[in-house]
Ligand binder design. Structure first.
Ligand SMILES: [Zn+2]
Length: 226
C-alpha cells in the first residue's frame, strides 16, 4: 500500500512477516471493533482490518505499532511509560477494551483529554495511549494538530519524545534533534531507547525516523522511501 513508503526500509522490514486481512463487518467479542493486531511467535503477526473502517491507513499505522510494540505480550511492562502521567497508572480509566472501543467510536470529543492523543488512549490503558499517539504522529493530516498541542501540553510532549526519541521544542513546535541515550534515559526514565527510536535505529546509531522525518509528517509532506 502506498502509505507504507513513508516508513524507512529498515522499519518496513519489520512488517515483512505481518499478514493483513481485510474483512467486512468484523465482529469480534466487542460490538464495534474495527481492527485487531495479533502478535505471533517467530516474527509472524496478523492484522485484521474492517473495510468499513473510516480510515484504513490510520488504523494500519495504529495496528503496526501494536505489532512492533508487542502490545499483547503479557510480559510487557508499561510502568515507566505511565510515569509520564501526573498520577501514573491512575490516569487511565481502564474500561474493558470493548467499552473503550465503543466509547471511542461513538463519543470521541473534539478536544482530547490533556496528556492524551485521543480519549481512547485514556480509556483503553497504556498500550492504547501509545498506539493512539503513534497513529496521530504518523498521519500527515493529523500530525500537525498533535505537535501543536504538544507545545502547550507538557505530558503529551513527554510522550511524543518517548516515542520518537527526538527533542521537541515547545516554543517552535518542531522536533530539534535525536536525543542521546543519556538524555533519553535521564529525561524519560527508561533504561534504554524505546519505540521508534529503537525500531528505526541503524547499527551505526543513527535514526532513520529522525527529527526531520517527524517534522516532515507534521508539515503534511512525509518523506518517501521507495
Ligand atoms: Zn489499539
Amino acid at each position: 500500500m502506498e502509505f507504507l513508503i513513508k516508513y524507512p526500509p529498515n522499519v518496513r522490514n519489520r512488517f515483512r512477516n505481518t499478514t493483513v486481512y481485510l474483512a467486512v463487518d468484523l465482529k469480534l467479542k466487542t460490538k464495534d471493533k474495527r481492527a485487531i493486531a495479533i502478535g505471533g511467535s517467530a516474527g509472524s503477526s496478523v492484522i485484521v482490518v474492517d473495510l468499513l473502517n473510516d480510515d484504513v491507513k490510520k488504523t494500519l499505522d495504529h495496528e503496526y505499532f501494536h505489532i512492533l510494540d508487542k502490545s499483547d505480550d503479557p510480559k510487557k511492562d508499561n510502568s515507566t511509560w505511565a510515569l509520564a502521567n501526573p498520577h501514573g497508572m491512575r490516569d487511565y480509566t481502564f474500561l474493558t477494551s470493548a467499552e473503550a472501543v465503543e466509547h471511542g467510536s461513538e463519543f470521541e470529543p473534539p478536544i482530547p483529554p490533556p496528556g492524551f492523543a485521543r480519549i481512547y488512549g485514556k480509556e483503553g490503558g497504556p498500550d492504547e495511549d501509545q498506539a493512539t499517539i503513534a497513529d496521530r504522529l504518523l498521519n500527515p493530516v493529523l500530525a500537525g494538530s498533535i505537535t501543536k498541542r504538544a507545545m502547550e501540553d507538557a505530558v503529551l510532549r513527554k510522550k511524543v519524545e518517548m516515542e520518537t526519541g527526538c527533542l521537541f521544542d515547545p516554543a517552535t513546535g518542531r522536533f530539534q534533534r535525536a536525543l542521546t541515550k543519556e538524555e533519553y534515559t535521564a529525561r524519560l526514565r527508561f533504561r534504554n531507547f524505546q519505540y521508534y527510536s529503537t525500531w528505526s535505529r541503524l547499527p551505526t546509531g543513527e535514526l532513520t525516523m529522525d527529527s526531520d522525518f517527524w517534522n516532515a509528517i507534521a508539515d503534511g509532506k512525509p518523506k518517501k522511501f521507495e
